[in-house]
Design a protein around this ligand. Sequence first.
Ligand SMILES: [Zn+2]
Ligand SMILES: [Zn+2]
Length: 396
Amino acid sequence: MTYLLEALRSRVGEFVSLRRDIHRHPELAFEEHRTAALVAEKLEGWGYAVERGLGGTGVVGTLVRGRGTRRLGLRADMDALPIAEASGAAWSSERPGLMHACGHDGHTAMLLGAARHLAEEGRFDGTLNLIFQPAEEGGGGALRMMADGLFERHPCDAVFAMHNMPGIPQGDLVLREGAAMASSDYATITLTGIGGHGAMPQHAADPVVAAASLVMALQTVVSRNVDPLQAAVVTVGAIHAGRANNVIPHTATLELSVRALDRGVRALLEQRIRALAQAQAESFGVQAAVEWRQGYAVLVNTPAETAFAREVALELLGPERVTLQGPPLTGSEDFAFMLERVPGSYLFIGNGDAPGSCMVHHPGYDFNDDNIAVGSAYWVRLAEKFLAAEGSPVRQ
Ligand SMILES: [Zn+2]
Ligand SMILES: [Zn+2]
């Protein structure tokens, strides 16, 4: 494995420059035109068959070797965030108000680093699909690519993805079988009462009091309805009602973020939140309307593919630098939708744990370029092992 890491380190400069170039030119969800063009051009230059425009700005690069029937998908995301950068890096964003604060610039660079190595030196037998998706940050780019026929046009027997994560030593890999990232749903609850004079509440039906009570009642969903051994989050992140101290408003609106790590718990949360909204509203003589929007699904890593990914990680870095079963996160990720269709596994690569290092989505965040060689090596090794030719041992 040292051979592979050294080989990728020896040409990492090209991909560090590329990562910083992408970092300087961040693009929001479904607007990744420059990034997608750059990815497509590189892949074509290395001999990949390239399909552009899947899911808007998605790109798939395909390389077929030998007569193997196995088909592998490796996925990276390309979008940035509407955050004004304050990292102080020399390669800071040149687009005001936009930045790569989630390291997707690094994901793209790591997969391109692997793409070049696999095209030039890769020993594999089968079909390699490199999937560069738009709009991971809330836009559901994975779903859009799938709606455009991603897995019909480029069938995969398994798909894998990785995300950089601060707080983990640089280059260490953290895997997890089962639910690894939460579902993320949104609810808007509108309580409609009867407005009136603040001095004469007996003539009104006050939606503010009902909203206040509902916020407290919602806290009991996690504490009283969900199994204590399961994880769930119900956050009321916004509450809007009224404009004057002496006017009882007609309506009050609550905005909720609802997360779960289990599909059953996810359904229970929706059912209980809807029931509480109705019952609370009724008890205060107001009406409740609940608008429920499903966001990303629970991300579930399948057992066989996670075991396979663990083997790859252990071969590459050894047991000291690999966590076989890390904790789940209550954040969410749209790779979950790909895993609902195709088995696979998603892991974290440590961005470093220096004191004061900030979380992703912070204006000071920056992907750690030391991860490019490690991340690319993981992809190369995984591809060569998954698509290994019969009787041809993978070069160590
Ligand atoms: Zn993010
Ligand atoms: Zn991200």
